[in-house]
Structure formats: structure tokens, C-alpha cells
Ligand binder design. Structure first.
Ligand code: PHE
Length: 459
């Protein structure tokens, strides 16, 4: 790391990512998570397969990519947490910082349920190692999953394990915590994923699963399904709620932002497809239902590995992989409120981590217990787990996406946009920026608005 120039009032240099590989590992670590391995397969399964996938792809290109680039760009320019970034960059007294504040709220809602899914994943590593879950019988697989999620003590205990783990890493800081950990874990994740994908493709009956994933049936595509696909794009690329702004603030000045975003998007898509390829062949080969919902991963994956040599080992590896993916993503979610609290309120990082974890333990417990003690706490027919999931992906993040693109393209304006994304003219990407600015100004915000209103049944 370079030393700040000596001066009488030297502030300690702000922590940040130290290399391009570190930037990529951390950002990809944020994007790739349970969104790819758990949510993407079950939503694709529940919404008809390839048709859903196609809508998701369009949303990723026209909505998610421009939002991600805008967000990283703003954070890198202001070099501050998600609230301060918008306070600094907005014209005086305009309340654009509310986007950052909503982001903090979204971060809490997401971590509350996400840490519980991660809790199941961590628990499954041990169940797999003990040989408890290796079965191709759908009834038995569902039964062992149900017994875990309806056990209040196990649900809470595993959630706390997860929260303490990510709290500990966040406490170590940005370069020594987030960057160092994701640099080790991400390469491992890719190796594991390829090994498991190949194994699943060689199952007898794999082709029915591939057909489901790649042959579109458009009759299933309703406005609500389109909103779900768009919400998934927001969720998977960690955008619309301040994460990418916060990580962008740790980017170095010479990083090529559009290229990094494109790389992260492609790699994230690749991971989702591999997860789909690992899961759907097994669904069809063993007679599971693709519509199983959130439990899909936990009941089908054991079947992929049952009856094969070293199946138990592969099963343990798979849940290790999912745990790795979940960890990188949770780090980036927790960093949002922690950085806002420590930078805006001037409290130490340690105190910010402790306070946020304590809050999360409370809010998260409502989700952890939503299949047992708090199951009857419902709103609009959804328990806390489903409600937090729905509201964050389908309302808060898309609204954040509208706010960010409108701010960038209408308030901040073209010259700054061009200056920021070409690194002060050092990158010759003028043509790309022309297209990107047009999409960010017109296509993305209007598309999000239309999909949201239609999907929520406003017209
Ligand atoms: N992108 C992460 C995943 O796919 C989830 C996430 C959402 C991370 C929002 C950060 C912010 O699992």
C-alpha cells in the first residue's frame, strides 16, 4: 500500500482494495451467492424454466448492468459510504441520500433471511458429513429438510454462527478482511462448481433437465413473473441498495468500471447456469418437482450424489461451495450499514460491527423462526422470511435502481458520467459510453417503473 503524503493533519488513509484481482474477487464475491445457487434454480424451476431465464437475461442487460455501473462509479468518485456518497455528489439540499438510507434498510431485511438460508447451508455441511441426508427418495429428502427448518434451536444457533463468522471478517477491515478472504475463496468456488457441474451432467436422464433449462415456454410469463425475474437480477448483482456503491468506494482510480461490471455480470451468469445444470438434471432423473420452491436445493442436491462413488464427499463439497458463495455475499451486505455507521457517525468499526450484529440477531431471529415459533406472524399472507425477501428484491432494490439511474443521467449529467467512466479520458471508450448513457437515461428507469407497476398490479 502507498503511504499518504506526510502532512501536519494527516488523516489515516481510507481502507480499500489493493489490486485489480482483489477488486474482482470481492465484487464477484458479492454478486455470486445464494442468489445463484439457491434462488436462481428455484425461481427458474417454479416459473417454467427457459422462458423465465430469457426474461432474466434481458433484465440483466438492460436494467442490472447500467445500475451496477452507475453505482460503482458514484462510490468510486465520492470515496465514501452509501449515504455520504450521495450527500456529497448531489446538489445542495436535494435528498438523494435517501437512496442510501433505503439501502441500509434493504441490507437489514436481506441479511435477516439470507443469514438463515446460509444457516441451513452450514448445517447441511455437517449433516452431509455425518451421512444423514444422502438419499434419492423425495419424501425422505423433504422430511430431513423440514425437520431442520422447523427446529427453533438449531435454526437460531446456526444463524448466530453465520452472523459471528461474517462479523469477524468485516471486523478485520476491507483489504485485510473482505479482500483477503474473497481472494482465497473465489478461485476455490469455481473449481468446486465445475467438478460438480460435470458430475451432474453425466447423470442418466440429464437431458430432460437441460431441456427444461433451455427450451422456452412463454405461456408461464405473467407480469408478476417478469417482476420476479427483474428482482432476481437486482438481487443477484447486489445492486440498488448501496452494496456496489460501497464497494465502488474501495476501487482504485485506474480500475475500468464498465469492464469490471461486465466481467462480474458474465461470471455471475456462468455460475448460475452451472448451478442450474447441476440441479435440474437431478430433478428430472429422480422424479423431484422443479416447483419445490426454496427447499429445492436442499432436497435435490443430495440426490445428485447419492449412489455414486464418493457421493458423500461430493455432497460435503457442494455445501462448502454454497457456504463460500454465501459468505462473500453476506460480507458485502453487512459492509453497507457498517460503513455508513462508522463513517457518518464516526464510531469505530468495531462498535459498528457489534451494534449491527446485535440488531441483525433480533431481526434475523424472526426469519429464523418463521417455520416454527413465528410462523403465524404474517402480512399479506407472507411470513417474515418471504416478506423480507419479496419487499427487498421486488420493491426496495428496483426503487433504488430508478433513483440511481435518474440521479446519474438527469442530475449528475453527461460530462461527469463520461469523465468518471473514461477515467478522465484515459480509457478510449467513448462509443460504449454513448450507448450506456442513453440506456441509463431512458431505458433503465422507465423499464423498471413499468415492470414494477405492472407486476404489482397497478394497471
Ligand atoms: N448477490 C448476492 C447473491 O446472489 C446477494 C446480495 C444481494 C448481495 C444484495 C449484496 C447485496 O447471493
Amino acid at each position: 500500500m502507498t503511504q499518504a503524503a506526510p502532512s501536519a493533519v494527516a488523516k489515516p488513509a481510507r481502507d480499500g482494495f489493493t489490486s485489480s484481482f482483489g477488486v474482482l474477487a470481492a465484487t464477484l464475491g458479492s454478486a455470486v451467492g445464494l442468489g445463484n445457487i439457491w434462488k436462481f434454480p428455484y425461481l427458474t424451476g417454479a416459473n417454467g424454466g427457459a422462458g423465465f431465464l430469457l426474461v432474466y437475461l434481458v433484465a440483466t442487460l438492460l436494467v442490472a448492468l447500467p445500475v451496477m455501473i452507475s453505482e460503482i462509479m458514484l462510490g468510486r468518485r465520492a470515496k465514501a459510504d452509501a449515504v455520504t456518497t450521495l450527500v456529497r455528489l448531489a446538489p445542495r439540499r436535494q435528498p438523494w441520500w435517501l437512496i442510501g438510507a433505503f439501502g441500509v434498510l434493504a441490507a437489514f431485511l436481506i441479511l435477516a433471511f439470507y443469514s438463515e438460508v446460509a444457516a441451513w447451508v452450514f448445517a447441511y455441511i455437517f449433516k452431509a458429513a455425518a451421512g444423514d441426508i444422502l438419499t434419492t427418495d423425495p419424501a425422505q429428502a423433504s422430511q430431513s429438510f423440514a425437520s431442520l427448518v422447523s427446529d427453533p434451536v438449531a435454526s437460531l444457533a446456526w444463524q448466530w454462527v453465520v452472523l459471528l463468522l461474517i462479523g469477524g471478517i468485516i471486523l478485520m477491515g476491507v483489504s485485510k478482511g473482505i479482500e483477503a478472504v474473497t481472494k482465497k475463496l473465489m478461485p476455490l468456488l469455481f473449481v468446486l462448481l465445475i467438478v460438480i457441474g460435470v458430475r451432474s451432467l453425466t447423470l442418466p436422464g440429464a437431458s430432460a433437465g437441460l431441456e427444461f433449462l433451455f427450451a422456452p415456454d412463454f405461456s408461464r410469463i405473467t407480469p408478476a413473473v417478469v417482476l420476479t425475474a427483474m428482482g432476481l437480477a437486482f438481487f443477484k448483482l447486489s445492486i440498488g441498495m448501496g452494496t456496489m456503491m460501497t464497494y465502488g468506494s474501495y476501487f482504485r482510480a485506474d480500475e475500468n468500471v464498465p469492464a469490471t461490471a461486465l466481467r462480474v455480470m458474465s461470471a455471475d451468469l456462468f455460475v448460475s447456469m452451472l448451478a442450474g445444470v447441476a440441479i435440474f438434471p437431478a430433478v428430472f432423473a429422480f422424479g423431484f418437482k422443479p416447483e419445490a420452491g426454496p427447499s429445492l436445493l436442499f432436497i435435490t442436491i443430495p440426490a445428485v450424489f447419492a449412489n455414486m462413488p464418493f457421493g458423500q464427499l461430493f455432497l460435503v463439497l457442494f455445501f462448502v461451495l454454497a457456504a463460500i458463495a454465501a459468505t462473500g455475499a453476506m460480507l458485502s451486505i453487512l459492509e453497507v450499514p457498517v460503513s455508513v455507521m462508522s463513517e457518518r457517525l464516526g464510531v469505530s468499526r468495531k462498535k459498528a460491527v457489534v451494534v449491527n450484529l446485535a440488531l441483525l440477531a433480533v431481526i434475523g431471529s424472526v426469519c429464523a423462526l418463521s417455520n416454527s415459533l413465528t410462523a403465524h406472524w404474517t402480512l399479506f399472507g407472507l411470513n417474515a422470511f418471504d416478506l423480507f425477501d419479496y419487499v427487498s428484491s421486488n420493491i426496495l432494490m428496483p426503487v433504488g435502481g430508478i433513483g440511481l439511474t435518474v440521479f446519474v443521467a438527469w442530475v449528475w449529467g453527461r460530462p461527469r458520467f463520461e469523465e468518471a467512466l473514461s477515467n478522465g479520458g484515459r480509457l478510449a471508450n467513448r462509443g460504449v459510453l454513448d450507448v450506456l448513457f442513453f440506456v441509463t437515461r431512458w431505458v433503465t428507469p422507465l423499464l423498471i417503473l413499468a415492470v414494477m407497476l405492472k407486476g404489482l398490479g397497478a394497471f
